[in-house]
Design a protein around this ligand. Structure first.
Ligand SMILES: Cc1cc2nc3c(=O)[nH]c(=O)nc-3n(C[C@H](O)[C@H](O)[C@H](O)COP(=O)(O)O)c2cc1C
Length: 157
């Protein structure tokens, strides 16, 4: 089965998770950065979509991808993952991040954790992150076990 892993990533964590997921799958998967690539979905039987959470939402490019391909994605084997910083809210954010019909249809769904490089944020964002998310240092908290579990689940369906 041919699998596409399509992702949107603003600061590279989701891109890294997409690569780790591709390495965890037994069969080769094609990676597509939706900021750059325009994959032909007809070529794939399985599609995994990954996106990060920013202010409670996935980026508009990921939303547009879902909107434009809704009918086609519902015909495919589908997986969804998010990257996020608020681990205690990961489940709720995962449930609301993608259109409900895609969330219901997906046979694998997970949060893969997240990462923040404060050096790459401007002063205003750093201040907001400190106040709202209590983040005072850069960190990487990618949940590699969750990526492994997702890969095994994907292969079982
Ligand atoms: C400005 C900003 C807003 C964020 N908002 C949220 C949020 O609402 N919920 C959350 O769980 N994580 C939030 N995060 C954490 C990101 O989802 C996390 O850093 C993720 O790994 C980013 O993925 P990316 O590097 O692929 O863009 C935010 C991070 C930043 C910098």
């Amino acid at each position: 089965m041919k699998t596409l892993i399509a992702y949107v990533s603003k600061h590279s964590c989701t891109a890294k998770c997409a690569r780790l997921l591709a390495q965890s799958l037994r069969n080769p998967a094609t990676l597509a950065d939706l900021a750059r690539d325009n994959p032909d979905l007809a070529e794939y039987e399985g599609i995994i979509l990954g996106a990060p959470l920013y202010a409670g939402s996935i980026p508009s490019r990921a939303k547009a991808f879902c909107r434009h391909n809704l009918a086609r994605l519902k015909e495919k084997k589908l997986g969804l993952f998010i990257c996020c910083g608020l681990e205690d809210q990961a489940q709720a954010q995962l449930e609301s991040a993608f259109p409900p019909e895609l969330t219901r249809h997906a046979s694998a769904r997970a949060s893969f954790g997240g990462a923040i490089d404060l050096e790459r944020q401007n002063f205003l964002v750093r201040t907001l992150l400190r106040k709202l998310m209590k983040i005072t240092e850069s960190y990487e908290a990618i949940d590699r076990q969750s990526i492994q579990d997702f890969a095994r689940q994907w292969e079982q369906v």
